[in-house]
Design a protein around this ligand. Structure first.
Ligand code: TRP
Length: 365
């Protein structure tokens, strides 16, 4: 049997998944898994969590288990997909070291995602050496699996671009690929690493349920901005969050004309992104603009829509929360399988670099 094409993506374990993650990438992962056409690898980037939280190992360990539970709850099926813990796949570290030799330091530091993170997290010049290194590490996370596609949110594109550069450089240096070869032909022309394609989610940037930021624009949904609805929120919490969410501040009475631009009123952003009945949404937006329907009715409908999405997730979560051993088993089996692929890749990479001195075997009992 010819092996299926692989996809790989991952999450840094920093907190629980919310609706922004759902439309940004979880949905794509589920579709790819359930299509049966791909071998899917989902990586928990626990080492990346150490870039900013090296002093909080307990918290990182808990986040790893939370993310794994979240994945299983949303419908990642360990019989179909491979869930792995980054730090238990040593080939990733070894590739990181070699890759770090073929990419200029200044190129890494020009990565806008790193620059943004330094700004957002107010790291100044206090970030550890491992912080820029993690960007090279992410190239290794990806290339260790030589995937066809990498489904991510938009903020990850600069990292993927770096992985494309690393792949080209490696293939040119060590596999004799001509620099004029087109990206899609690198493997056919003898390269080891594919110049991967990103796959973006249906919604690039989901707004949060809070008021706009200082520039007047609605903020991205994010745990740290306190404007998120989590896939682990219970029905009461979803109800409370929606009923008190920010809408159109100029609207005092239900008879006032209301704002339906999803860029300005998150109530409508939510309906446009999550309500399966878009004809209803169009109709009610018209009524809302004319002051014929109040916030309360539209919010109640949103509570229904969101709970319908989250309910099956809650049921599965209950199952796995009561069985932490099953979560651990999924991670163990997945990490074992991931090592088979990553070790093979590393072996091929060492051979290409003429550093294949002895064979070796790695095993997770
Ligand atoms: N940096 C990604 C994030 O914070 C997580 C990640 C780590 C990742 N390794 C990856 C994503 C490889 C895609 C591919 O969300």
């Amino acid at each position: 049997m010819k092996s299926k094409k692989r996809i790989l993506t991952g999450d840094t374990p920093t907190g629980k998944l919310h609706l922004g993650h759902y439309v940004g990438s979880v949905e794509n992962r589920l579709a790819l898994q359930n299509s049966g056409e791909y071998d899917c690898y989902f990586l928990i980037a626990n080492k990346h969590a150490f870039t900013t939280r090296a002093d909080r190992p307990d918290e990182i360990r808990q986040s790893v288990l939370d993310i794994a539970t979240d994945w299983l709850a949303v419908g990642i099926d360990p019989n179909k997909s491979t869930m792995l813990i980054q730090s238990e796949v040593p080939a990733i570290d070894e590739l990181t070291f070699f890759f770090s030799m073929i990419i200029p330091f200044n190129r890494v530091m020009r990565n806008p995602t790193l620059a943004q993170e330094i700004k957002d997290k107010e790291l100044g010049d206090k970030y550890p050496f491992g912080f820029p290194l993690y960007a090279v590490g992410q190239c290794a996370d990806i290339l260790a699996f030589r995937p066809e596609m990498v489904p991510v949110g938009e903020d990850q594109l600069p990292h993927l671009e770096l992985s494309r550069e690393v792949a080209r450089r490696f293939d040119q240096l060590y596999c004799g690929v001509d620099p004029h070869v087109q990206d899609k032909d690198y493997i056919a022309r003898g390269g080891l690493f594919p110049v991967i394609q990103p796959l973006l989610g249906r919604v690039k940037r989901l707004v949060g349920i809070g008021p706009p930021g200082p520039d007047g624009n609605l903020l991205k949904m994010s745990k740290s901005l306190n404007n998120a609805i989590f896939l682990s929120d219970d029905a009461d919490t979803v109800q409370k969050k929606v009923m008190t969410m920010y809408t159109d501040p100029k609207r005092i009475r239900a008879t006032d004309p209301g704002e339906t631009d999803p860029e300005k009123n998150p109530l409508w952003a939510m309906h446009e992104n999550f309500n399966p009945d878009q004809a209803w949404v169009k109709e009610q937006q018209e009524a809302y603009r004319q002051g014929k329907v109040g916030d309360v009715a539209i919010k109640k409908k949103l509570v229904e829509v969101l709970n319908a999405l989250i309910d099956p997730i809650r049921t599965r979560r209950k199952h796995f929360e009561a069985r932490p051993d099953e979560v651990m088993d999924a991670l163990r089996t997945g990490t074992r399988r991931a090592n088979e692929v990553a070790e093979e890749t590393l072996g091929l990479a060492k051979k290409a670099m003429k550093q294949d001195y002895f064979p070796r075997k790695l095993s997770i009992p």
